[in-house]
Write a protein that binds this ligand. Structure first.
Ligand SMILES: Cc1ncc(COP(=O)(O)O)c(C=O)c1O
Length: 417
């Protein structure tokens, strides 16, 4: 692939788009004319087929076939069937992944299962910079663990995972890609380090699924969780996923022992007896219409090679960083320049970031802002073009040059930033 830094003009970017083997994928999404969408790391756009498929689900499956659709339309098996499709994207062979619940809930289940597998150990490692829900869920899981548990944070209690690892550590909960900075961790090395210390790992893949190769089986990952509404484009609030290595499934107990996790839900037994496989990680009835949104979004990914997406994603982020550095040399890009350390977003630290992002939105470039001072731009290789990158950097530079923060309307803080 042509290095991004050789794209020295908008014309070169347009030519690069024309030669892009992934270019046709953009047509599979509804993207309003003239809009540059750099927020697929928060909410992916709507797949073009979604409206028809969802109306069919509502009108025919729900409206006409009614309750029979649990069997005839495959509703009941959706968490497992979609789980296997998501599993393929993270390198997990069949029978290890479910699409269900939210990332937060799935994380709760995974933490309990992991600490249950390590009954003699009382420490959970996480990151000072974890997405807050991960820290909050760890707090909750520690309280309900039934034994004393302690937390050690990378970045607060020690600089690196090595400095925090000892024989007390039961599990580490780590984000593959940091939601603020876009920094990428090395799953292979860190998973091995944890296993060597006798600990387990739970990877939060929210910001890497669909854009980074993961190697769940290859690296013998124990547990993974993540969402489907970002780079997988499953729709607002789409159900999340959980993956549990086959090797742990028979012994792993999750605390939300609902009837969908029972070995025979329709036997209506009085006592809980978990399913023998991944289904023990289900709890209750799942949102079928939302699952159908994930189904249609996964159709878009059929036949698409994650390695090709990763290659394009790196070229897009590299180009954006190069353009920002050229146009705005004083601005601090906090995302790592080294490609092996970078996910699919670029984060820029700027104390006036919020009004700048608002002004960019008004000028047709949607990114987002994470307090206190991070402007985030996500580059989804399924639909973002090189010409979009070029134009977005120009618009960012113009907003800063125009000192848009002087405009009161860009400083009005909305509920979701
Ligand atoms: C890294 C990370 N983990 C967890 C979550 C929370 O997901 P949910 O709201 O589905 O529980 C998010 C949401 O953006 C996230 O970015």
């Amino acid at each position: 692939m042509m290095p991004a830094t050789t794209m020295v003009s908008r014309k070169a970017c347009v030519a690069r788009d024309a030669a892009d083997p992934l270019q046709g994928l953009r047509d599979r999404f509804v993207i309003p004319d003239g809009l540059i969408y750099l927020d697929g790391n928060s909410l992916g756009p709507m797949p073009r087929a979604a409206a028809a498929v969802l109306s069919r689900t509502i009108e025919r499956e729900w409206g006409e076939a009614l309750i029979g659709s649990w069997n005839s339309a495959g509703w009941f098996d959706m968490p497992v069937r979609l789980g296997d499709r998501v599993g393929a994207l993270i390198g997990a062979s069949a029978g290890q992944t479910l699409v269900c619940d939210t990332t937060s809930i799935n994380l709760y289940k995974a933490i309990h299962a992991a600490i249950g597998l390590k009954p003699d150990r009382g420490v959970i490692i996480a990151e000072d910079e974890s997405f807050p829900t991960d820290l909050y869920i760890i707090e909750g899981a520690m309280k309900s663990a039934g034994r004393p548990m302690r937390r050690r944070l990378i970045g607060a209690d020690g600089r690196s995972i090595e400095s925090l690892l000892d024989r007390e550590v039961a599990v580490a909960v780590l984000s593959h890609v940091n939601y603020r900075t876009g920094a990428l961790l090395d799953i292979a090395t860190i998973t091995r380090q944890l296993h060597d210390a006798g600990a387990l790992v739970i990877w939060d893949l929210c910001h890497s699924i669909g854009v980074v190769e993961i190697g769940f089986d290859l690296h013998e990952v124990d547990f993974a969780v993540g969402c489907t509404y970002k780079y997988l484009n499953g729709g607002p609030g789409a159900p999340a996923f959980i993956a549990v290595a086959k090797a742990h499934q028979a012994a792993a107990q999750q605390p939300l022992s609902g009837w969908w996790g029972h070995a025979a839900p329709f036997a209506f037994d009085r006592d809980f007896r978990p399913d023998q496989g991944i289904k023990r990680f289900l709890c209750g009835t799942q949102p079928i219409i939302s699952l159908r949104g994930v189904d249609v979004a996964l159709d878009v990914m059929d036949g698409v090679d994650v390695a090709a997406l990763r290659q394009k994603s790196l070229a897009l982020t590299e180009l954006f960083m190069a353009r920002v550095a050229a146009l705005l040399p004083g601005l601090e890009i906090v995302t790592p320049a080294q490609s092996s350390l970078r996910g699919s977003q670029v984060a820029i630290e700027f104390d006036r970031g919020y009004p700048v992002v608002q002004a960019m939105i008004e000028r047709g470039v949607i990114g987002d802002f994470r307090a206190p001072d991070i402007m985030r731009f996500g580059f989804a290789p399924l639909y973002v073009r090189f010409q979009d990158v070029w134009d977005a950097a120009d618009i960012l530079a113009a907003c800063i040059r125009d000192e848009v923060w002087r405009e009161p309307r860009f400083n009005r803080v909305l509920g979701v930033t």
